[in-house]
Design a protein around this ligand. Structure first.
Ligand code: ZN
Length: 87
C-alpha cells in the first residue's frame, strides 16, 4: 500500500489534517481523498531513535535496525564524541 495514495481509489489528491499522537507508539494523520470522498486515518508506528540534550546534541542511544542505519548511527556517535571532521 502506498502511503501517498488513497487506499480506496488510488488518487494522490489527499488532504491531510494535523498529526495526532496516541501516546502508544503510534500517530496518525486524518486524511480526506478529494477524488472519491474517502475519509480515514493514516497510521505511523513510532520507533525510538535516541536522545538529544537541550542543546540539540545527540546522546548515543540509537536502535540498530538490520544494519541499514549503521552509517547514521556511526555519524551520531561521531557527533556525540565531537568527531565531526571539524579539526
Ligand atoms: Zn480516493
Amino acid at each position: 500500500m502506498n502511503e501517498d495514495k488513497c487506499p480506496k481509489c488510488g488518487s494522490e489528491k489527499l488532504k491531510y489534517g494535523s498529526c495526532e499522537h496516541t501516546g502508544m507508539g503510534q500517530l496518525y494523520y486524518p486524511v480526506d481523498c478529494e477524488d472519491c470522498g474517502f475519509t480515514g486515518k493514516q497510521w505511523y508506528a513510532l520507533m525510538f531513535s535516541g536522545f538529544t540534550d537541550d542543546k540539540g546534541n545527540d546522546i548515543v542511544a540509537i536502535v540498530l535496525k538490520e544494519g541499514k542505519d549503521v552509517v547514521k548511527v556511526h555519524d551520531a556517535i561521531a557527533n556525540a564524541l565531537g568527531e565531526t571532521g571539524e579539526t
